[in-house]
Design a protein around this ligand. Structure first.
Ligand code: ZN
Length: 255
């Protein structure tokens, strides 16, 4: 409610980023969404007076984000979300939300290439859009690419801060571990067969049925997907799919 009216500036800015219907500026006094820009402008001046430039940057990102959501004029067409370090390639990656028509699209840049890369993920703009939605969008993105790139490390705060970032990473790891354990519980004879064939099957943590194994068609150069739901495999590189019988036949042919 109004417990935050004497809270530090950053806390109040964080509450505003959640785009609440009512934002209390005093006891029983609250501001509608159309006055958020004015409030943030005042906070920005306070942060400038405090010489807290990190907070100034944060306020600017929240201001831009809310101006997209609440249809206010703004000079920028993007919000900086955060900068991460990709653990696999050692590059710094910056994430942005860019306004395109009625969508906020997720883009990234990295230090080897300043161009915006489309991440193929977006949020539809509506009155209720909040920082929570942005966190969810990014979490899904990290989760989707975890297998290929691993999980990133935190570098610099934008709309999202370090604490929010690591909450996201912990939730991804928890989900992964849950599915890995579940997959092991639901292990089928097909997995035993792949083990005996030295294809080293491992659960990939995406759901309770998905495993990865060395692809025999490429002599183990890459992985193929295995599902214990129907006990089938598929390799997108080699354009091969089938079941245990198909693999047995392939091995019998002397491969
Ligand atoms: Zn293959």
């Amino acid at each position: 409610m109004w417990n935050h009216i004497n809270a530090p500036l950053k806390e109040k800015v964080d509450i505003l980023a959640k785009n609440p219907y009512r934002f209390y500026i005093g006891q029983n006094v609250w501001a509608h969404r159309n006055s958020r820009q004015k409030i943030l402008e005042d906070y920005l001046n306070e942060a400038i007076a405090l010489e807290d430039f990190e907070l100034c940057q944060k306020i600017k990102e929240v201001k831009t984000f809310l101006s997209f959501v609440n249809n206010h004029k703004t000079k920028r067409d993007y919000v900086f979300i955060l900068e991460t370090e990709e653990t696999m390639w050692d590059v710094e990656v910056r994430y942005y939300l860019k306004k395109e028509d009625n969508l906020l699209k997720l883009y990234k840049t990295n230090d080897t290439n300043e161009e915006f890369h489309n991440c193929d993920a977006s949020l539809e703009i509506n009155d209720y859009l909040s920082k929570k939605d942005v966190i969810e969008l990014l979490e899904n993105h990290f989760e989707k690419w975890r297998e290929f790139y691993g999980l990133p490390r935190f570098r610099t705060e934008g709309l999202i801060d370090e604490k929010e970032f690591y909450t996201m990473v912990d939730s991804i790891k928890e989900k992964r571990d849950h599915y890995i354990n579940k997959a092991k519980e639901l292990k089928t004879p097909f997995i035993d067969f792949l083990e005996k064939a030295n294809l080293d099957p491992i659960p990939n943590g995406k759901n309770e049925y998905q495993w990865l194994a060395k692809c025999p068609y490429s002599k183990g150069k890459h992985h193929m997907m295995v599902s214990t739901k129907n006990n089938t495999y598929g390799c997108g590189w080699c354009k091969k799919k089938g079941n245990q019988r198909d693999l047995e036949n392939y091995f019998k042919e002397g491969n």
